[in-house]
Design a protein around this ligand. Sequence first.
Ligand code: NDP
Length: 439
Amino acid sequence: LARNAGEPEFHQAVHEVFDSLGRVFTKHPEYGEASILERICEPERQLIFRVPWTDDNGRVQIDRGFRVQFNSALGPYKGGLRFHPTVTLGTVKFLGFEQIFKNALTGLPIGGGKGGSDFDPKGKSDAEIMRFCQSFMTEAHRHIGEHTDVPAGDIGVGRREIGYLFGQYKRLTNRYESGVLTGKGITWGGSLVRTEATGYGAVFFASHLLETRGRSFDGARVAVSGSGNVAIYAIEKAQQLGATVVSASDSTGAIFDPEGIDLDLLKDLKEVRRERIEAYVAERGGNAEFRAGASAFALAAERGGVDVALPCATQNELGEADALALVKAGIVAVAEGANMPTTPEGIRVFKDANVLFGPGKAANAGGVATSALEMQQNASRDSWSFEYTEERLAAIMRDIHDVSAATAEEYGAPGDYVVGANIAGFTRVADAMLALGVI
Ligand code: NDP
């Protein structure tokens, strides 16, 4: 830990995986002999670079860019870019570390990586976003490629940013290398379902959790946090399956809508107009309410029963107090759409209350899995239908659920999806690392 000082989120992610692995090393001493654990915690390569750009007032701004190429035992590094003022090397390392095991769980040939910048996209003009993305790519293009490292979106990086990044990559390399980035637009190499994939996938995963208790989304009351890409499409799929989704949030606060979130309105506010979530209440009317600074879970739990919680905003957003409130509200299952949104104390509360808990590296793997499907389509110069791609996504999420459940059982922790997902992901990577030698 001393060599990774000042990186608490990275420590948290490593601890959570290590806690699951004791039993693996008893069964597989060869992993210990080859120092797999020590190697897997050390990124293969870490890049930190200056990103200079000029704002609309002609002033030069400097942000910091990151790309952590964590592990390529299973395939090219793969993982998103996050643009948010809180991003540090430690944030990127925690996300990259999670990504190794998540990508392994998908069963697809992708390694783990992550990147981003402390650039704050909020309040920036389109032209500023474009100049920033072009500058970011001017350095990043030397280090990425369809066989090397394939970035995608994450917080603050969606279709618009991927477009500017891809345009600059194409210009610098003079190659239309579609497979270098995923999350592209449909007319320029993107895949249908990629936009929806993480949110849909989290709901598919939660459905499988619910099935183990003879329950379903039909008629369920669902609390969602966030109102970005993952949250919006988690709400969409949960509603399609018959649920009433009563909450959403952003960094300013949470909304509660007892009649169920009006998704067209939310999409318009967030995807088109890029407004704050408070605007929902004035336009929706009825009994919808906004509470500044509140957590979506605390608000939903206070207002009535909650069957399923889908945290889809950011890390450590669901702590012990929210978890206790959800348990009191009758929660049956939690599936993490975001990365590490539940604190260790929150996970403990759910575990003690026998709540079904799907950790992010399993429950939100649908996004990266569909990115890998986008790469397959790019490699074969093909494009698949929405229905076919969604079927592939649904099958992958079922497999991830089943392998996590079976692995938990095999290693003596039935029903513990944290243990199951960590071990199943880890052993796939560890076996490949053993086969590839000490590199
Ligand atoms: P978006 O940028 O589209 O949305 C993020 C949402 O979370 C916004 O509502 C944002 O509110 C809120 N949020 C972000 N940071 C904070 C914060 N510090 N406090 C409170 N709210 C916050 O990102 P995504 O939907 O893509 O990502 C959400 C989560 O899902 C992240 O953890 C990401 O790593 C994870 N994820 C995303 C995948 C994808 O395919 N996009 C794949 C797998 C995981 P505001 O607008 O006010 O900042």
